[in-house]
Design a protein around this ligand. Sequence first.
Ligand code: 9MR
Length: 375
Amino acid sequence: MNIRLVKGMGLLWSSLFLLPSSWAATASISIAQLYQGSFLVGTAIKSSDLKKPPSLSSSLSCREFNAFTAENAMKWEHIHPTPDTYDFSMSDQLITMAQQCDAKVIGHTLVWHQQTPDWVFQDSQGNALSRDALLVRLKDHIDTVVGRYKGKVYGWDVVNEALNEDGTLRDTPWRNIIGDDYFIYAYRYARAADPDAQLYYNDFNLYKKAKVEGAITLVNQLLEAGEKVDAIGMQGHYSLFYPSLNEIEQSVQAIVNAGLSIAVTELDVSVLPLPDDAFSGADITQSFAAHPVYDPYTSRLPEAQEQQLAETYQGLFALFLKYADNVDRITFWGASDADSWRNNWPIRGRTDYPLLFDRQGRPKLAYQYVTQFIP
Ligand code: 9MR
């Protein structure tokens, strides 16, 4: 067997290797510890976990991961629901939880066209804001949110999903009102509010050549304008059926060749079939009618698919390890299958199995594959 060690885990390896296959359920070494020295391993924290009292130190997320992203809590509609109201209850809780668990906090997200209330783009009469007025509003939001967590947030997804699939700039209210340079202001304001926080550009489907080239162009424009961008966030909403490892590697290489770093920001691997006309990625405006043919594993995942999922994850981790010098973090979009958004997209109410832990929070075969054998 050709075993490649995770950087810095040599001492741990010999003891792990002797453990029985059920070791993971009780092992005291977490996936984040195993990959320490290579990259952070994070998870998204759902809002319901941020409404509880701060005693989550024994939770799965706390035990296994060392970077936390709020799945929804820091999005504009939650953190800044009306012009004069900020609600920091859940985001403060995320900071507390991260401190208890010794995890980094990733801020998600400052500028997006989704989950941003309509009032953001309107004046008090409901008319479209001018460019200058929207820039003032954007600066106020970033100053307030990033400023509050200065020194406490490791990195921010500053602009999220600004690109079309062909790599051109998406039409959003931000672009329509401010103009093509809207993202330059976002990074400028973010750096001014916390000069030490990492800043990312985050998007899905970056395994597509045209889209990753669009992301690299966008980041280069920012750098040429004198702004700081620390990494491109490849979301990583994948499936057993797409993309190929080769497609992902081509994109990773394109980013590395451009001299940029990578953060895998929202990793999950759906096992469910999709309608032919469904689009890969994470376009949340997509929705299809439920049909049993698209929901085949309601009681359990058959062994063959469990195995395929494990091998897919193993391949992904082997790939990220190969480029570990340029990969800062791998964040899963959730911890257990029960919590995954993939159960509801692009068809509501399905039973998907996209993560490393099952519905009871027990490690799956995929967990064993990414923690034991990296080919
Ligand atoms: O997982 C999130 C889900 O709970 C929300 O309903 C959805 C609404 O926008 O956003 C999901 O997270 C998205 C992330 O913020 C940005 N990339 C795509 C993710 C999946 O849609």
